[in-house]
Design a protein around this ligand. Structure first.
Ligand SMILES: [Zn+2]
Length: 413
């Protein structure tokens, strides 16, 4: 038996007036996903437990079969796994966004989608400033660290605007920080009352502006009418997670295709193979065809293939309904379509399609609605659901309130 799980990040949405009361999933032309729903089974899956925030980290951990209430320790360390950073047990990893600040407000949580190349220069610049005794940036922090003979804190460059900050201070894992995409347009000071323990983080965030604002890259970006990456935002921190291996739990091997470090990291900690696909990005320009092709080819070697696509989520955060519909249609055509065209080489197989969470266009951030799930199995009889969207799957036979049971359900029935 072969298994494919296609995750359209943030694909779920609410009815929109501009779509005459329909959702992007209901408007998108997606014959392949609808067909596998018609011939398969469907339902709603709760990927986010009530006690946790509806982040991609928590939701995808559920989809990979891990109960987030038991195993989730923060987004930062998962992403660190995705870029092969080795962590000691007392190192805390923060997600470090490059953001745009203007007049004390957070105007872009991704510095106008700054690319990896420019971002890398700025991240190196932050590290150099951190080490420079004549620079005020992070001096307070280094004095502390040196006196205790601990590892020097460091920024690690990831993809686009998504970077990491690692510091050896267990107490910082408890500071209450807000995801920057949840406070667009708001005054940042309102989100930096972090108490005594959080003082170092607050100072780092605020002082980063002095280091970044006048960097030639930012001057150039402003001239070009782009958002400058003139501040960092630290959040999503945690200690290294301890996950039992996917193979030890389920007795099968598997792999992950994604353009996102977070998903790679979950795969790494779960002991899954990470398949790097040329042209796979975390944005609208990802190479859907290549992802589908690698997914097909890789099935020869693996039992379970996760294929994750970030673009619908980015469209949700951008409030861009057209791009969201386009992303869904491309996932249908190039990924689900290619899998369906090739998977009947195998005698028995199952294909699951779902988002990790909703990213409603209306709010431009994640919600905790249960997500629509469809599973086609070459061995099961179908249920009554005929098309795939947020409301039509409700009458299906796959409703589950614990998202982390999906993998077990997929493999056992
Ligand atoms: Zn997500």
């Amino acid at each position: 038996m072969k298994y494919v799980v296609v995750i359209g990040d943030g694909m779920g949405d609410w009815p929109l007036a501009e779509l005459n009361g329909k959702t992007p999933l209901q408007i998108a032309d997606k014959p392949n996903i609808d067909n596998l729903t018609l011939k398969g089974r469907a339902g709603l899956l709760q990927t986010v437990p009530e006690a946790l925030n509806p982040g991609s980290d928590v939701a995808n951990m559920s989809i990979f079969g891990y109960n987030p209430l038991e195993y989730y320790s923060g987004r930062g360390p998962l992403e660190a796994g995705g870029i092969n950073i080795k962590l000691s047990k007392d190192e805390v990893v923060f997600r470090c966004n490059l953001i745009t600040e203007e007049d004390g407000r957070l105007m872009s949580s991704n510095a106008g989608h700054i690319g990896s190349q420019e971002a890398k220069v700025l991240i190196n610049h932050l590290n150099r400033s951190l080490m420079d005794e004549n620079n005020e940036f992070g001096k307070f922090l280094l004095d502390d660290m040196n006196s205790d003979n601990l590892n020097t804190p460091i920024f690690h460059g990831g993809m686009d605007y998504k970077h990491l900050f690692v510091i050896q201070d267990v107490l910082l894992s408890k500071v209450d920080l807000t995801p920057p995409h949840d406070i667009l347009g708001e005054e940042i000071n309102g989100y930096l009352s972090l108490g005594v323990e959080g003082e170092t983080i607050k100072n780092l965030i605020l002082q980063s502006k002095d280091v970044l604002e006048n960097h030639p890259i930012n001057k150039k970006r402003v001239k070009q009418g782009k958002n400058p990456a003139n501040m960092i935002w630290l959040w999503g921190q945690g200690l290294k997670p301890k996950l039992p291996l996917f193979k030890d739990i389920h007795g099968v091997n598997g792999s992950v295709i994604t353009g996102v470090d977070l998903l790679k990291g979950i795969g790494v900690f779960a002991g899954l193979d990470i398949i790097n696909v040329p042209g796979a990005t975390a944005f609208y320009d990802t190479d859907y065809k290549a992802k589908g092709r690698y997914g097909v080819d890789n099935l020869e070697k693996q039992d379970v293939q996760f294929i994750h696509i970030e673009s619908p989520d980015e469209a949700g955060h951008d409030g861009n309904v057209e791009e969201k519909i386009k992303a869904i249609e491309r996932i249908d055509k190039h990924i689900v379509g290619q899998i369906l065209d090739n998977i009947n080489n195998y005698e028995d197989y199952k294909i699951a399609v779902l988002p990790d969470h909703f990213t409603p266009i209306a709010t431009r951030t994640h919600s905790r609605d249960p997500v629509p799930l469809a599973i086609y199995s070459s061995t099961n009889v179908p249920d009554e659901v005929k098309v795939y969207d947020e409301s039509s799957v409700v009458d299906g036979s796959l409703n589950m309130d614990k998202g982390y049971n999906l993998v077990k359900r997929l493999l056992d029935h």
